[in-house]
Write a protein of this length. Structure first.
Length: 164
């Protein structure tokens, strides 16, 4: 049954990808045509989360969701289903790639880049080690040492996992 669900999701994703860019639901969740997908290996502050940044209360959850929107910039991420478990209020867990310029001049070839890794590197999300198995640790170390995104705030990584 699990294989059939993942096959159906793959077909839906390929159909949706041809039709539209995803809706960003939160800093770690996308929605394609009514199907909610949490990004594998990352976890972001809740949409309504407010944290302290330089002594001021900041709507970090909303700002990071906006940062994810900017990162995608109207692209259609190439998403692959990883799990069909209902986790974190999502229908599926997916890993996505986006296309980025290979060089800083933006004129050379474009390469596929893991969206989760970019999100962690830019501080949009923390690595969710239980899923990523340290895949994004170097990116997280760079974000933490530079004080980017979540690392510039007093937000704390959620340690508990909701019941499945």
């Amino acid at each position: 049954m699990r294989g059939l669900s993942l096959l159906i999701l793959s077909l839906v994703l390929s159909t949706q990808a041809a039709a539209q860019t995803p809706n960003v639901v939160s800093g770690d969740t996308l929605e394609f045509g009514g199907i909610t997908m949490r990004l594998h290996g990352v976890v972001a502050p809740h949409l309504d989360e407010i944290c302290m940044v330089d002594g001021e209360e900041v709507p970090v959850g909303r700002l990071l969701a906006d940062a994810l929107r900017d990162l995608i910039k109207g692209q259609v991420p190439d998403c692959r289903p990883i799990e069909n478990r209902h986790r974190f209020d999502a229908d599926f867990v997916v890993r996505c790639d986006i296309h980025r310029p290979k060089d800083s001049d933006g004129r050379s070839t474009v390469e596929r880049t893991d969206l989760g890794r970019l999100m962690v590197e830019y501080g949009i999300a923390w690595e969710f080690i239980a899923e990523s198995h340290l895949r994004y640790s170097p990116a997280e170390a760079r974000a933490a040492s530079a004080g980017r995104g979540v690392w510039a705030s007093d937000c704390r990584r959620p340690w508990g996992i909701p019941p499945e």
